[in-house]
Design a protein. Sequence first.
Length: 575
Amino acid sequence: MKKNLSLNVKRWMLIVTAIIVSVMLIAQVISQSFFTSYVEGIYETNISLTASRIASEINTTFTNMNTAVDTIAVNSATIDYAATIDSEERYAKAFNHVRPLVEIAIQNLGFNNLVILDNTGAWYRFKGPLGSSAGTKLKSHFQRNPYDITNSIIELENDAFYCTTKPINLGGTINTVGMVAALSSVEDTRSTLIDYGENGKFNIALHDFDHVLISNNSELDTQLVATLYETSELFIHEEEILAGSLGVFISIPYSKIFPQRTALLILFFSVGLLALILILVLLLFVNRIIIRPFTHVIDETSQLGDHNPSTRLTKTNVTYVDLLVQSINAMLGRLDNSSRRIIETQQSLYKLEISQREVQMYLLRNQIDRHFLYNSLISVRSLADRGDNEKVKEIAGGIAQLLRYTTSKVKEVNIFDEMEIVSNYVNIQNIRFENRLHFEIDVDDQLCGYKILKLLIQPLVENSLIHGLEPKHTEECTLWLSGHLLPDSIRIEVTDNGLGIPEDKLKKIQWNIEHYEEIDVVGDIKGIALVNVQKRTAMGYGNEYGLSIDSIEGEYTRAVMTLPLVPDENMGGEI
């Protein structure tokens, strides 16, 4: 009694300890999350204000550059200069009227070059040493951007320039007479951005909303702007400088926003680790006293079905658990005896069912074989009576091939092998029809990759010949055989233009096929072929596949067979 009481006290102590430790861990996680979020929010606010200030300064600088180009382009002196045709007069206007305007506009803006071009490609350098090749390239660039201020990077005479352009329009219309192009060296522009970036603390990039034009970090140049937004490691500040033309992207890694984050996390992690160690010690103790014995029993119980039925649970050397083990072993002994008797009975029934299905399938196939060979030999006898020995030899060879086919142990054959046997059979039977039988066959080439049960089509053809076409005597007879590949099945049709089936008999045939009943078609001749084909199909492929019959008396009879897609790995090899 004292031992049990002591065990209960220890158990409750473990539970209380686990609850206290869990509450401590939860409190630690909540406090860590709250404190780090609060401090991080302060840092992010400060960085956001700094980024906003930098963006404002960059905005002012590059907006002034765009404003300067726009001011020059819309000034009447510039428009008059670009529209003047006479070169001497244009030169005078450039020197006397445009140059003072340009010098005022570019003062302290850092342009390396400023060029004005007209529609003919003629150009005037107001600042910078660019040569004629640069003028040609600027003209080509202008022709691609003739409508509004654009910002881009352009390569001129082996140097890269940040380029701002603006078309010169005549009289406030869209009649463009030239272009103003202000060029700043990429490296000079990059130096400006480096200064704003506080020696690499920030990444700053000018972009056209699709690609980065230039940045203080050359690795960002030409990158997609969308790609920069995909990383979750950056704090990003974005502003538009010129609507639809130029924007600035300022980013800083989160690790630089809150540099003390790592130290703080290490502190919280250390506290959490100590708590975890305490929990592990408690769990080891609980595991030794309670969990391990019960886990042992559960594991062995779950594995009983994978081992010998006579297997029993082993003892755990824990008294109260071994009492449970003893009870389970006693129950297993009783179940073992009952299960052995049930399994033996099920095995006997299964073997009996398999034997019955194999015997039934064998009898059905042999029943068709005898009927098939009987009708073939009748045709040979008809030839012998007429003394046509050559034809008898030919037909005898065909019968030999048919006999080899029908007596083969192969259960499934390639569809084209079955079609070949059917054609051979029709050729033999045509002797009885005195060559008034026309046989037409239309089979999809794709069916060569599938197989069916042997002698599944031939009985349908035989049924059409004997019951539909032969009674027509002297009339022309036609038999159609078609095979088509559907998305999830195979459709085979056998159609004749024979006597057809009266409506009352057709309904009986359809009912009997559906219920696997033999059919009294004509007199005392039973419809073995149709019912046996249906039975073999159902036994081989399932009740969702099989045969259907439709007919109009005096016009036609059609048998439609629906079969599953069974791939033929041998692609019609020998039987």
